[in-house]
Each structure stands twice: as structure tokens, then as C-alpha cells.
Design a protein around this ligand. Structure first.
Ligand code: COA
Length: 255
């Protein structure tokens, strides 16, 4: 278990908190593993009816830890996307997200797998995959156009455009925006409302809604093949090195 993931249970809700604020909740392999274990336990435990995700500090998550991207593990459960993406995309219990700040990369792509999303007014959403020399993941190349429409998905996935909470609401990425001070209680209130409903009806309804995107598992796999190749590419390694060295990347030598 990672000390950077805090799991608590109350009123039928499992709350999973990303808790590495000094690194903007960037997700390490150990953190992915701990979240995956949480999802798997939630599905196995009848006392858990709803899962809620949130973060500590001013970031929901700044995405995958870029240091880990510099040395990608190729095989095994710790390889990029290893256990986390199946656990996320196959979770049967409803998943609520209370987005407390910036949601970058997988911070946004995981939201396409959430059922209800409330965001703080300060939240921002960005999927800067191309500028990192990689490709979309977590099924976002399928789920973003389906949720936002082709043009908006292209602005976010091709250009890496960052959008604020009001725009995310307008584009249908999230359900509501609230003042930062009331985010947590609003998210917990939503989760408790869901937890008070008949659990089987809720799970079946989630399954039916998710049937609208039947190809997600196949797309996740297709993206991951490319994503893993891209991690080792000179373009991506230049982007990661530039971030860690706090300089602008230079892509001019690539054709
Ligand atoms: N991976 C590794 N470290 C990260 C990180 C990430 N994804 N995001 C932030 N950090 C680290 C920074 O390196 C910094 O570490 P330091 O204090 O040791 O220097 C610390 O977290 C604080 O981040 P900082 O950049 O100083 O905060 P900021 O408020 O100026 O900017 C972000 C915040 C999120 C905009 C910026 O950190 C960022 O762009 N992060 C990378 C986002 C990204 O590309 N993620 C991958 C998506 S696939």
C-alpha cells in the first residue's frame, strides 16, 4: 500500500484520496496499485456501495509521475496502465469524483470512467499527451469524442487545450461546479445519495449506461500498445527530460 493513497469508509462510501500534494498528487506506480486494490475491494465488499475519488491540496492530480515515465516498466502489473485501467474501467460500483483542482493527463482521462463528477471552481482539465510525445490513454480517444464531441475532443487531445471548470461543465465533462470550500461536502453528499439507493438497481443501471461505449476495453489495449512504444521514443524522452529539468522542450530535431 502507498502512503500517498488514503482510503476510508463511511456510510456505504469508500473514499479514495490522492495524497501527495507536494508533487501535485502525481501518480506513482505504487499509487496506481493502491487505487486498484481499493477498486477491487470495493467491488468485492457488499458494505461498499459507492466509491469516491478526490485529492489533497490544490491539485486533483497532475497525472502520471513523469519520473516513472522516464523509466517505463515494460511488463508486469507495474507497467503503465497495468492493473489500474482494467480496475477502473470494470468497476461495478458507481464512481463519484470530487475534483479539487487541476486534473492533468490521467487526471482527466479517468473522469470519463466516473459516473458523477463535481468540480471545485478552481479545477482545470487538460490532456497534454501530444506535447509529451505520447498518445491518449484510458480509452480517452474513444470516450472523449463520445462525451464532448469530435471538435472539443480534438482541441483537448490534439492541442492539449486546458479548460476551466465552467467550460468543463458547458462541454458536459462534469456534472456541477461548486465553490472550493464546499467541494468535499458536495461530493460526499452525492456519494451518500447514491449509497442510499437500492444497490442492485444502481449497479445494473451503471452497467446499462456503460454499454453505450462497448469497445472501451479494446480501445484501452490499442492505445496502450502505442503509448508504451511512445514512452521510449526520443520525442517523449525529450518532453520528460525537459519537464524534470524545468526547461522548454525542443522538438525541432524530430521529423
Ligand atoms: N510528475 C512528476 N512530478 C511532478 C508532476 C508529474 N506529473 N507534476 C508536478 N510534479 C512535481 C514538480 O516537478 C514539482 O517538484 P519539485 O517541487 O521537486 O520541483 C512539484 O511537483 C510541484 O510542481 P510545480 O510544477 O512546481 O507546480 P506548479 O503549480 O508550478 O505547476 C503543474 C503544476 C501540474 C501545472 C505542473 O507541475 C505540470 O505541468 N506538471 C506535469 C503535468 C503533466 O504533464 N503530467 C503528465 C500528463 S500525462
Amino acid at each position: 500500500m502507498s502512503e500517498h493513497i488514503v482510503v476510508s469508509r463511511a456510510d456505504g462510501v469508500m473514499e479514495i484520496r490522492l495524497n501527495r500534494p507536494e508533487k501535485k498528487n502525481a501518480l506513482t506506480r505504487a499509487m496506481y496499485e493502491a487505487i486498484s486494490v481499493g477498486f477491487e475491494q470495493a467491488d468485492a465488499d457488499p458494505a461498499v456501495r459507492v466509491v469516491m475519488l478526490t485529492g489533497t491540496g490544490d491539485a486533483f492530480t497532475s497525472g502520471n509521475d513523469i519520473k516513472d515515465f522516464q523509466q517505463p516498466a515494460r511488463e508486469g502489473p507495474n507497467r503503465p496502465g497495468g492493473r489500474f485501467l482494467p480496475a477502473l474501467s470494470k468497476l461495478q460500483k458507481p464512481l463519484v469524483a470530487a475534483v479539487n483542482g487541476m486534473a492533468i493527463g490521467v487526471g482527466t482521462t479517468m473522469l470519463f470512467h466516473c459516473d458523477l463528477i463535481v468540480a471545485a471552481r478552481s479545477a482545470r482539465f487538460q490532456m497534454p499527451f501530444t506535447s509529451l510525445g505520447v498518445v491518449p490513454e484510458a480509452g480517452s480517444s474513444l470516450l472523449a469524442p463520445a462525451a464532448l464531441g469530435h471538435r472539443r475532443a480534438s482541441a483537448m487531445l490534439l492541442l492539449g487545450e486546458s479548460i476551466d471548470a465552467a467550460t468543463a461543465l458547458d462541454w458536459g465533462l462534469i456534472n456541477s461546479v461548486v465553490d472550493d470550500a464546499v467541494l468535499l461536502e458536495t461530493g460526499r453528499g452525492l456519494a451518500r445519495r447514491l449509497a442510499a439507493l437500492p444497490p442492485q438497481a444502481v449497479r445494473l443501471t451503471k452497467r446499462l449506461i456503460r454499454h453505450g461505449a462497448p469497445d472501451v476495453a479494446g480501445r484501452i489495449d490499442e492505445e496502450l500498445v502505442l503509448f508504451r512504444e511512445r514512452l521510449a521514443s526520443p520525442e517523449a524522452q525529450e518532453a520528460f527530460a525537459a519537464f524534470m529539468e524545468k526547461r522548454k522542450p525542443d522538438f525541432s530535431r524530430f521529423s
